[in-house]
Design a binder for this molecule. Structure first.
Ligand code: ATR
Length: 286
């Protein structure tokens, strides 16, 4: 890339390698995130998209040490199936039931971890530093893959009163059964569930570009509550717009994606990257 007349972003024959495996992979923002950090930190490395069909996942993972990769991120649809293809999976990833980061260890072993819970909490801490939920209820909407990471993150951060609501109640019950310490309410009770809450998190796909908006009255939500949407396209979802309009503090979902990338980058490339306004602009830019 030419930047003020200086050629940057070139890699040497000794470059460290990482990437992201998914199917399809064309919409992944991870190459832009890691590419920004590699360039701004001046690291000799590359992070590439890897289109890996489901039937090839195990072979592709096993090829990583042979190709000299330091590791990869794992995204849709491989996050759950990757567990069985790895040599070690840490406790956090097992509780979440999904792997999003693979690191190649000594002797070519493959270790799986999950940084989504870290990304979720770091985004909340950065966006709403005064938020405390040790005593007050937190409300999670949705019980899909993303909700598992969010629920584990909140349990580990000390949330003692978690209310989980999902359109398909059985899915919420399965999640609560796996993790424990979660109260299930019916999807129809979602407006009442906001009573007294310190935090509301939307993990459903409602509000995403092309999807219907989340149909939810915020009347019972305390004005002191923080509202977080893990949907980041659009950045300002109808839920966040409605919450902001009534005076609630809001945290958008892009930061979760950016923060979850930090531990993997540090493990593969040996430097601690930061989430900065410049990174956000780069990801949101053309
Ligand atoms: P992800 O991995 O991103 O969480 P997912 O596993 O497909 O994706 O989960 C999508 C979530 O959005 C689920 O909680 C889903 O509810 P169901 O379990 O009932 O399917 C929720 N969702 C999607 N469309 C919805 C809708 N129209 N109304 C309510 N919830 C919806």
């Amino acid at each position: 890339m030419m930047n003020n007349g200086t050629i940057t972003g070139t890699i040497s024959g000794a470059a460290r390698l990482a990437g992201v495996m998914g199917w399809p992979i064309g919409h992944s923002l991870s190459p832009r995130i890691h590419g920004y950090w590699l360039e701004t930190l001046g690291i000799d490395g590359a992070y590439v998209p890897l289109a890996v069909a489901p039937e090839n996942l195990a072979d592709a993972l096993r090829a990583l040490p042979k190709l000299g990769f330091a590791g990869v991120n794992i995204t849709i649809p491989h996050k759950q199936t990757a567990l069985a293809a790895l040599d070690h999976v840490d406790d956090l990833a097992r509780r979440i039931g999904a792997v999003n980061t693979v690191t190649v260890g000594a002797g070519g072993t493959l270790a799986g971890s999950n940084t989504d819970a870290f990304g979720f909490i770091e985004n909340l801490r950065a966006g709403a530093p005064r938020l405390e939920f040790g005593g007050a209820p937190v409300v999670i909407l949705g019980a899909g893959g993303a909700a598992r990471g969010v629920a584990v993150a909140l349990i580990d951060a000390g949330a003692a009163d978690i209310r989980l609501l999902n359109r398909t109640r059985a899915r919420a019950e399965a999640l609560a059964g796996d993790l424990g310490g979660i109260e299930i309410l019916d999807w129809r009770e979602r407006a009442d569930a906001l009573d007294g809450a310190a935090l509301l998190v939307n993990t459903t796909s409602l509000g995403m570009t092309g999807a219907a908006a989340l149909d939810l009255s915020l009347e019972k939500l305390p004005s002191s509550a923080v509202v977080n949407d893990i949907v980041y396209a659009p950045l300002q979802t109808p839920l966040l717009a409605a919450a902001r309009a009534r005076g609630n503090e809001v945290v958008d979902g892009l930061g979760m994606l950016l923060h979850q990338a930090r531990p993997a980058f540090a493990a593969w490339f040996g430097a601690e990257p930061e989430v900065t306004p410049g990174l956000r602009d780069h990801i949101l830019g053309p």
